[in-house]
Design a protein around this ligand. Structure first.
Ligand SMILES: *[C@@H]1O[C@H](CO)[C@@H](O)[C@H](O)[C@H]1NC(C)=O
Ligand SMILES: *[C@@H]1O[C@H](CO)[C@@H](O)[C@H](O)[C@H]1NC(C)=O
Ligand SMILES: *[C@@H]1O[C@H](CO)[C@@H](O)[C@H](O)[C@H]1NC(C)=O
Ligand SMILES: *[C@@H]1O[C@H](CO)[C@@H](O)[C@H](O)[C@H]1NC(C)=O
Length: 476
């Protein structure tokens, strides 16, 4: 074949490709209504974006357009951590999506939904998490940061083919916990690719940014919140500190000395404390069974109920006293496992019998926890990407103290001076938390009373923080 024929064919294929893409329209993914859902005026979409045709690997997304005037509002991608936990179950249904399952099969509106401020895109990643899948299951044998970020990058490019009107929209990438890896790594890949995404900023909630600093701040947090005794606190500094404890747990090789400290910690803290929210009540599991869910390090521990009935029983005992529903994850589990819900969502279960909060199939390379991402955050700041690191201040797993130290250290390293000094910020006439801004581009904020999943435990304060972040104005 001559050169000209090749060129002609390439042009033809490119044109044909365009046509194929045009057929792959968002209309197919539009949700009519979810079972039990109240009427709403905004549009919702859900479905799959293929990230590897050969291996039939596809990522599931749930896209919620802004409640009002979506064309004028930014696009926000949200990623939960784990590694291996679902952004639909955690982010959308437990934290800041438009609906919450209320038990009894219905959904109620979330008054603090982030789609009041933005068009929200929830992505279940990597493949093997939630409804996302790889038909070739060998993919699950070893997944890591490099693979996850690459697939997320391909996802975003292909998603923009489905929703071209969002391609030039202001883009923010946000997430929590282990997304302290996913988010900066994805943003960095976008910046380095030179693709014309309109990336404006990233926001990270209780993020893992640097193993030693983040995990070593746990001991002080336990002690200062009264969770452990003086002698146990002394053991942490003299015998085995909390970052060492994590390192050994991840490597599945607890030394005798760390094992002793570990036992002492567990005995004092009590099984009935949620380490991700030390002041909250836990969801009590009456007659419940613990289903096997892979217990990755940053997976909030939750109990899964053996049946909808045992869940209802637990709920009726707890609901009345609480504004915040401690059983939202269990209800979400029941809801997302309904066949009619999965059908409405255009979701399918491939190679797994159930939708789970955190993947039971993905074998994530946990050595990646030790990869520091704080300098990736630094290089984003240098590229002009706005950064917010926020912390629910009742989380003992990635405590605010570690994040504050890391952000301050980064500001120093980059030569950014404080443009807003450390100061309380307000929401609804009460202190929402404290905040500090460096060089008008790097912000640290706490959410007072907030958990590891702050938008769940402190929805009003989290929404105020989110709105300020998008607008680029400091919290006041
Ligand atoms: C499935 O994936 C594995 C690992 O990624 C690869 O080595 C293998 O060739 C794949 N199998 C097929 C049938 O493509
Ligand atoms: C992830 O796995 C790939 C393939 O084995 C490897 O090339 C890459 O270096 C790994 N990345 C990390 C961060 O471990
Ligand atoms: C924690 O313990 C490890 C192992 O003993 C040590 O290398 C590390 O420096 C300690 N970290 C702190 C902050 O003391
Ligand atoms: C930051 O503050 C220091 C000390 O006040 C000053 O010397 C420096 O010029 C400031 N840097 C910037 C970028 O404003």
């Amino acid at each position: 074949m001559g050169a000209q024929q090749w060129i002609a064919m390439t042009v033809l294929c490119a044109t044909f490709f365009q046509i194929c893409r045009a057929v792959d329209s968002p209309a197919d993914d539009k949700l009519l209504s979810l079972p039990g859902q109240p009427r709403v005026s905004f549009q919702q979409y859900a479905g799959y974006v293929t990230v590897d045709e050969n291996q039939d690997k596809a990522l599931f997304y749930y896209f919620v357009e802004a409640e009002t005037d979506p064309a004028s509002k930014p696009l926000v991608l949200w990623l939960n951590g784990g590694p291996g936990c679902s952004s639909v179950g955690a982010g959308a249904f437990s934290e800041h999506g438009p609906f919450r399952p209320s038990g009894g099969g219905s959904l109620v509106r979330n008054d603090y939904s982030w789609n009041k401020e933005a068009n929200m895109l929830y992505l279940e990643s990597p493949a093997g998490v939630g409804f996302s899948y790889s038909a070739n299951q060998s993919f699950y044998d070893l997944v890591n940061d490099t693979i996850t970020v690459q697939d997320n990058f391909v996802f975003l490019q292909n998603w923009f083919q489905k929703f071209p009107e969002y391609k030039n929209r202001d883009l923010f990438i946000t997430g929590e916990s282990y997304a302290g890896h996913y988010v900066p790594q994805l943003a960095d890949l976008i910046v380095k690719s030179g693709l014309k995404f309109n990336l404006k900023g990233i926001a990270l909630g209780n993020p893992l940014l640097e193993f030693g600093t983040d995990f070593n701040s746990e001991g002080d947090f336990y002690w200062s919140h009264g969770l452990i005794s003086n002698p146990t606190y002394e053991l942490l500094s003299a015998v085995c500190n909390t970052s060492q404890l994590w390192r050994e747990r991840i490597g599945n090789s607890l030394s005798a000395s760390c094992s002793k400290v570990n036992d002492q910690l567990h005995a004092e803290i009590s099984y009935a404390i949620d380490k991700y929210d030390v002041t909250a009540n836990v969801c009590l599991s009456f007659g419940a069974s613990l289903l096997g869910v892979q217990n990755n390090p940053l997976t909030p521990r939750f109990r899964l109920f053996s049946s909808a009935e045992s869940l209802q029983e637990a709920l009726s005992q707890q609901k009345a006293q609480e504004n915040i529903d401690p059983c939202v994850q269990e209800e979400t589990f029941v809801y997302l496992n309904r066949k009619d819900v999965q059908e409405s969502f255009h979701a399918k279960l491939v190679g797994t019998p159930k939708w789970t909060f955190c993947s039971g199939v993905v074998n994530y390379d946990l050595r990646n926890l030790e990869i520091p991402t704080i300098d990736v955050v630094g290089s984003l700041v240098t590229s002009g990407v706005r950064v917010l690191v926020y912390s629910g201040d009742q989380d003992s797993v990635i405590p605010f103290t570690g994040s504050r130290t890391l952000v301050e250290g980064l500001a120093k390293k980059l030569g950014l001076n404080a443009t807003v000094p450390y100061t309380a910020w307000f929401e609804d006439k009460q202190v929402g938390g404290w905040t500090q801004v460096y060089g008008d581009i790097l912000t640290f904020s706490t959410i007072r009373g907030g958990s590891h999943m702050a938008p769940f435990s402190s929805p009003g304060r989290s929404l105020a923080l989110f709105a300020a972040f998008l607008s680029g104005k400091p919290l006041v």
